[in-house]
Structures are given as structure tokens and as C-alpha cells.
Design a protein around this ligand. Sequence first.
Ligand code: NAD
Ligand code: DAU
Length: 332
Amino acid sequence: MSKLLVTGGAGFIGSNFVRYLIDHTDHTVSVLDKLTYAGDLTTLAGLPAERLRFVQGDVCDPQLVDELVRDHDVVVHFAAESHNDNSLSDPSPFIQTNLVGTYTLIEAARRYEARYHHISTDEVYGDLKLDDPERFTEQTPYNPSSPYSASKAGSDLLVRAWVRSFGLQATLSNCSNNYGPYQHVEKFIPRQITNIIDGERPKLYGNGLNVRDWIHVDDHSSAVLRIIERGRIGETYLIGADGEKNNREVVETILELMGRSRDDYDHVNDRAGHDLRYGIDWTRLRRELDWQPQYRDFASGLAQTIDWYRANEFWWRPKKAATEAKYAAVGQ
Ligand code: NAD
Ligand code: DAU
């Protein structure tokens, strides 16, 4: 049994990972989270107090991070500013949290020889052409497009340098687009589901032909746990589930599942620098760590997610109006 420190554990993927750990292991978990606009303590409600401790604080705070890392065996670093659109309107918190925060954690992890796992994104590789037969692999060169993805790319490179220069006991994973419960309403899928619940039309950026590679958040969690348990130190693993869909197809599926006409959506202003397509080749994770995703049918994963947003309006409702006001201000 280990003591894990999970940063960003009150956010979307971090909180789902904490639930996954509680359900599938005997480990005890401490969450370090600043509770920014994206963090919500109710997300962790109902989890057993004897297995879970919550600390509100900043991953950029060296003293707090030192005290916490000293007391844990494994650090799993999810905390980040995570939304591309926000990074285009104000990059500064992305530089601070994603770069300085990662630096602060890996310095502490090296001092105490803690096992460190770094959560990252497929966006560090830039984008693919729609007809490119190749997908991203662990060998694809870094080529990030947005302030968000550039800050994540920088954080990955810090971790790799700390492995090589200081012997940091680290692994890294770069995952594709997650969906599932507790995702903030600023993100594509929850924004459209909650728009439809509110009687509004979904909003597609540009022509809607950009492709994302969707994975259920529980599959991301199981892959991260497998890498922590069996991954080779210093290595990077790409996490995906063969879920490529263009945004138009996703919106049409959501509309259909929610009983609305498939063409009942609006086109709005495109995102600056909008990446065209992401696609993950996760062969390495399958071959070397014997991992498989469980959610194979996107439409049924989406239907479960729609049910969750319908049943948990108390969770997303307080975030909705401010999020839509920000989008309205830029014609999105
Ligand atoms: P999120 O925005 O939902 O949650 C981020 C969490 O981090 C929040 O709880 C927030 O309060 C916390 N946080 C932010 N700044 C902090 C700071 N300075 N100190 C402590 N806590 C802080 O993000 P998410 O979508 O759950 O993403 C989690 C991680 O997974 C990120 O590293 C992201 O880059 C990565 N990732 C996300 C996706 C995706 O599809 N969402 C895909 C691949 C990788
Ligand atoms: O690929 C992994 C990344 O996926 C993560 O690293 C990021 O943290 C996460 O936010 C996500 O980034 P994207 O920019 O791909 O996700 P987002 O949900 O913002 O948008 C998904 C697609 O939908 C993208 O092509 C933009 C488009 N979009 C988004 C919104 C919010 C719309 O068409 N309409 C919208 O209203």
C-alpha cells in the first residue's frame, strides 16, 4: 500500500482518477488543489475520509510542496491550467502553473526520491492533416500550437531533463481528449450537453471538421495506474482509445441522443490557431503494459455522460452563466 499525492485532484480528470484509485486499490490519497475556477470540492464528496485527505494550496508554493512530497511515496501531477481558449485570452497563469508548478514538484520529488508521474496531452505534438495515415507516437517531434500546449510541452521537457540529469524516478503520459462526468462546462462536450438542456443550440467553431480522439476518463485513469505500477522509469506512454471523430459528428450524436434534430446547431467564430486533428497510436501501451480501454462504444459512453449532466445540474449550474458570458464576448 502506498501514499499517493495527486495534484489537481478537484478537477475533472484528477477527481475521476482519485475515485478510480479508491475503488480499485488500497492506496491512501492526498489531493493538493488550489481550487481555481476549474476546481470544485464537491467533486470529491462522498469519498471515505480515512483514505482521502484534501489540502488547498498551489503547486507553485515550494514550502507546501516540499512538506507534502516528503510525506508521500508517489506524486501524480494533474494540476494545470487546461483550457486552450483561456490560454489565448490570458497566457500568464498557464506559464506559472504549468511550468513553474511542474518545476516546483519535480525539485521536491528529486529531493525525496519520490516516484513521479507526469500527466500531459497529445497537443504537445501539434496537429495532423485530415488524411495523414500516421497518428502520433512516442517518437513524434514536439510542435505545440497554443500557449496551453506550449506550456505543457515545456513541462514535459523539464521532467525529461530531470530524469536524465538528476535521476528523477519519473514516467510521463500524453493522452487524447477525455470525456465523462465532472468535466467543466467550458469544454466542448459538456458545453453542448448543457446548452441543449437549457434549450440553447450547440456551438461549433468554424466549419466543425476538426477531429479529436475521444477517450472516456475512466480509461485514462486505468492507463495512468498501469503506468505507475508497471511503466519503465524515464519513458513516455501515449494514451488513446481509437476514438477519432470530427466535431460535427460529435454534436450531431449528442443532439440525436438528446432527442433533437441533428442539424439544430450554430457555427460560431473559429479558435485562433485551431489544431486540425489529433490521433493517438497507443500500440506501446498495449504491447508493453498490456493495457486496453474498456469504453469501446463512443455513443453509449456519451449517453452515460448526458445522463450524468441531466442528474447533476447542482454541480454544473453555478459555472454555466459565467462561462457562456466569456464565450459570448468573443463571438463563440
Ligand atoms: P481541469 O481544468 O478540469 O482541472 C485542473 C485542476 O487543477 C483544478 O482542480 C484546479 O483547481 C487545479 N489547479 C490549477 N492550478 C493549480 C495550481 N497552481 N495549484 C494547484 N492546483 C491547481 O483539468 P483536466 O481537464 O482535469 O486536466 C488535468 C490534467 O490532464 C492537465 O494536466 C491536462 O493538461 C491533462 N490532460 C487533459 C486532457 C483533457 O481532455 N481534459 C487530456 C490530456 C491531458
Ligand atoms: O487533446 C487533449 C486536450 O483536449 C487537453 O490537453 C486539453 O486540456 C483539453 O481541454 C482538450 O483540448 P481541446 O482544445 O481539444 O478541447 P475543447 O473541449 O476545448 O475543444 C474540443 C474541440 O471542440 C476543439 O476542436 C474545439 C471545438 N469546440 C470547442 C468548444 C468549447 C467547438 O467547436 N465548440 C465549442 O463550444
